[in-house]
Design a protein around this ligand. Structure first.
Ligand code: KG4
Ligand code: ZN
Length: 331
């Protein structure tokens, strides 16, 4: 099967072609990060307008690079939830229009399912069952994924997402938006054990980062520690909290494999803390997608659509253009 994947849920417009026989044939992303950086966050209407301008040229560029025409496609996968409504609307409308014109099915893919399955692209032998941690700008969620590709939510944040805390901390430190890499670079020159920050819900599979955020803000304002030490200690607190709760979830479901995905999974310290644990553990294996597959991309959506094809749940071309209730995977 040759599958087109479309992602437009936030500030990345991304189109990819995945072949079940040959793997990824092409993947193109236009990141609007620089456009939104001036505002310190994503402006939904600006995101939608940029998606409208970029989606068709990206699709044409992908098809040209793969030497394919629309008729060569067997399936179109598109992120239809969750995300910014106007931004999703652009991808879903484009996918439906194309599907209708080409007479090809359009599969609605849940964005988080895409992030989780991205690890299988980097490790082609990897298959469920596994425990999945998704850490992004909007989510900090742990799922169990079983052999039949059923996703069960085990725990989530009750307030801020991990990426949000990285971004807000960076902002207070005078860094850019998004701030994950800024914090990571500062932390490279800091001592991760300099400050002991609080961890919420110890022993429970449940996250809360608002207390950590306040503690970090107060420490910055007091001015007793360098920004490098604060960044390193903050990052280590997030990484070790994520590991503790993910291990607890894996143990609850008797899983030996852990998948980590989403933009924050690109973080070096999180990778180090998880991988160090796996190296010393006899029974847990940990899988991170390649860096480029952590942030939003159409490749993971094309791949997820190919994995969900067996469910045969497609969008109705004539139904409501925007329908969040029927994505495959998690809702
Ligand atoms: O998955 P993603 O691209 O978009 C959402 O679906 O939210 O994640 C974006 C988030 C931002 O909060 C950004 O600061 C964070 O991922 N991020 C990082 C790193 N790279 C991106 N956070 C920590 N360390 C990084 N290296
Ligand atoms: Zn994402």
């Amino acid at each position: 099967m040759i599958v087109l994947g479309i992602e437009s849920s936030c500030d990345e417009t991304s189109v990819a072609v995945y072949s079940t026989e040959k793997g990824t044939l092409c993947s193109k992303t236009f990141s609007q990060a620089d456009i939104h950086a001036a505002f310190g966050g994503v402006i939904p209407e600006v995101a939608s307008r940029n998606h409208i301008q970029k989606i068709e040229p990206l699709y044409q560029a992908c098809m040209a690079e793969c030497s394919l025409t629309g008729k060569d496609l067997d399936l179109i996968g598109v992120t239809n939830a969750p995300g910014l409504i106007g931004a999703l609307f652009v991808g879903v409308s484009f996918a439906k229009g194309l599907g209708y014109a080409l007479k090809r099915p359009v599969m609605p893919v849940h964005h988080l399912a895409g992030h989780i399955l991205a690890a299988e692209l980097s490790y082609p032998e990897l298959r469920p069952p596994y425990t999945a941690l998704i850490v992004s700008g909007g989510h900090t969620h742990i799922f169990d994924v079983d052999e039949a590709l059923n996703f069960t939510l085990i725990g989530r944040t009750i307030d801020d997402a991990a990426g949000e805390v990285f971004d807000k901390t960076a902002k207070v430190m005078g860094g850019p938006y998004p701030g994950g890499i800024f914090i990571q670079n500062l932390a490279d020159n800091g001592n991760r054990n300099a400050i002991k920050f609080p961890k919420a819900f110890k022993g429970e599979i449940k996250f809360s980062f608002s207390g950590l955020k306040t503690a970090v803000m107060n420490t910055i304002n007091k001015g007793e520690y360098s920004l490098e030490d604060i960044a390193a200690s903050f990052q280590y607190t997030v990484a070790s909290t994520l590991l503790e709760k993910t291990l607890q979830a894996a143990s609850l479901y008797n899983r030996r494999k852990i998948v980590v995905g989403g933009g924050v999974a690109a973080n070096k310290e999180i990778r180090r803390v998880f991988n160090e644990y796996a190296e010393n553990s006899k029974n847990i294996e940990i899988f991170f997608p390649d860096l480029a597959r952590c942030t939003d991309n159409g490749e993971m959506i094309a791949y997820a659509a190919s994995r969900f094809y067996k469910f045969r749940k497609f969008l109705n071309y004539k139904g409501s253009a925007y329908d969040t209730k029927h994505s495959i995977g998690l809702l």
